[in-house]
Design a protein around this ligand. Structure first.
Ligand code: FAD
Length: 443
């Protein structure tokens, strides 16, 4: 199988980084991307400013690949999604050339001549990867290994608090969006009533954008509906967050609530979305109703698309739908500290040999994924595929704490949500790189 490529699903930040690591190790990558260009998912939220600074958003092997092209690594500031693409991801995709194939949606992955049931000779068979383009044309290719870096962006959670679309949610789709509002394109919200549903970083961003729109457009009204009660962790980790801009997101949202610019509705679990005079009325499981909204911004997180992996043997956590060993560290029912240690190939390995889920998808439904985590994952996974087990086992990353211990799973418990359960960062073993974030890139 050594003549076959390693197929990488998705040309997002993690898929492109995986390709750079593969090339560096003399393995041939083939990146299959459903969108029309690099980082098609990031492009859809291009107006959102990242809370990570530039050095935390580039991968080291990718920097080494780009260096001979004259590209220089941005060293300061916090890019928007669009700037992340323009300043790094698009040049990286260009450097990978025709190893990145666009308009190539992976619709299925299996083993050649073996469905999921068959044991015999399974590991000796190449993967078969089924691909479909926008016109519906199908093709099939073979791979020696598969790295699924397809993210979770295309599977946003619904508004319904039980994880299913609320009654009437599908019918009200034209009044709903899962996009963070953009202050430079205020039409949808200016002078109107918008309800934001959800309580993570994207919801904090949405509140910030809407407050800016309201400042310029009188009559703009903002309501924010969250499932949890207000507690120490509701607005993120604040000053305790080791990523200052991430901590600041929640604090801005808190100020918006305290100033009266935003009506906060707590303990609200959406059961139904009714339509009245072209507006949406959210109805809670307890019968409460939110005032009719012109637009509902649903930012309740994401879930992975596992449908195209159904013929492969996976070992996923039943709660998060993430590789089991990672799930134990990121389950928001236990903590949301963000300081994950399980980031290597051994933690990501599946019963299906040479198949790895990386990047945002590897966190399943958990909300705390960072690009840094993914870059460490792909470094280790590619080392394992290349047979360098020493490098695969090494851990070259310590993640910054969020400063929050309770996530979505503890929203009913004001005592459990927030507080100081985050463990201090472990002491650095000698010879290993251990710091918050990662060493500056040396382009
Ligand atoms: C609004 C927002 C802000 C964020 N801010 C930060 C931040 O500040 N710092 C940070 O570290 N992280 C941040 N993240 C988290 C994370 O780093 C990003 O989501 C990042 O884009 C994840 O990279 P990825 O490559 O895993 O997935 P994605 O960027 O989602 O890329 C996956 C790619 O796969 C493609 N794809 C999907 N399905 C298929 C298929 N079946 N076949 C082929 N291609 C497919 C998609 O089109 C997409 O291009 C943020 C996330 C969001 C949503």
């Amino acid at each position: 199988m050594s003549d076959l490529p390693v197929v990488v699903i998705g040309a997002g930040p993690q898929g492109l980084a995986a390709a750079a690591h593969l090339l560096e190790r003399g393995l041939e990558p083939l990146v299959l991307e459903s969108g029309a260009g690099p980082a098609a998912a990031v492009a859809e939220w291009g107006h959102v400013r990242l809370f990570s600074a530039w050095p935390e958003l580039v991968d080291t092997a990718s920097v080494r690949l780009l260096a001979p092209t004259g590209w220089t690594a941005p060293t300061t500031g916090y890019p928007t999604g669009a700037q992340w693409i323009e300043g790094y991801l698009a040049p990286l995709a260009a450097a990978l050339g025709d190893r990145v194939r666009y308009d190539a949606r992976v619709s299925g992955v299996s083993r050649k001549g073996r469905d999921r049931l068959v044991d015999a000779g399974r590991a000796d068979q190449p993967f078969t990867v089924h691909v479909v383009d926008a016109a519906g044309n199908e093709s099939r290719l073979e791979a020696r290994a598969v790295i699924d870096a397809s993210g979770t962006w295309r599977r946003p959670n619904p508004a319904g608090a039980d994880g299913l679309p609320a009654l009437g949610e599908s019918a009200a789709a034209s009044l709903l969006t899962s996009q963070v509002p953009d202050r430079t394109r205020p039409e949808r919200h200016a002078g109107r009533h918008t309800v934001v549903v959800g309580s993570g970083d994207s919801a904090f961003n949405a509140i910030h954008e809407l407050v800016r729109i309201a400042a310029d457009h009188p009559g703009t009204r903002i309501t924010w509906a969250i499932r949890r009660v207000v507690s120490e962790g509701t607005f993120g980790g604040g000053a305790a967050d080791q990523l200052p801009e991430r901590g600041a997101l929640g604090q801005r949202a808190r100020k918006a609530v305290e100033s009266g610019a935003v009506d906060l509705v707590t303990g609200f679990r959406t059961a139904e979305i009714r339509q009245a005079d072209g507006r949406a009325v959210l109805v809670g499981e307890d019968g409460r109703e939110v005032a009719p909204a012109d637009s509902v911004v649903v930012l309740t997180g994401f879930r992975p698309d596992l449908s195209f992996l159904s013929e492969l043997r996976l070992d996923l956590d039943p709660t998060l739908e993430a590789p089991r060993r990672i799930a134990a560290e990121i389950d928001p029912n236990i903590h949301s500290c963000g300081s994950v240690q399980a980031t290597g190939a051994a933690d990501l390995a599946q019963p299906e040999p040479d198949l790895y889920l990386v990047g945002m998808k590897s966190y399943g439904r958990a909300p705390t994924f960072l690009a840094l985590t993914g870059y460490e994952q792909v470094r280790s996974v590619v080392a394992a595929i290349a047979g360098d087990h020493e490098a695969a086992a090494r851990v070259e990353l310590v993640l910054p704490d969020t400063g929050v211990c309770g996530g979505a799973g503890v929203f009913d418990d004001p005592e459990g949500a927030g507080g100081g359960c985050c463990a201090p960062a472990p002491a650095a073993p000698s010879g290993e790189l251990l710091e918050i974030g990662r060493a500056p890139v040396d382009a």
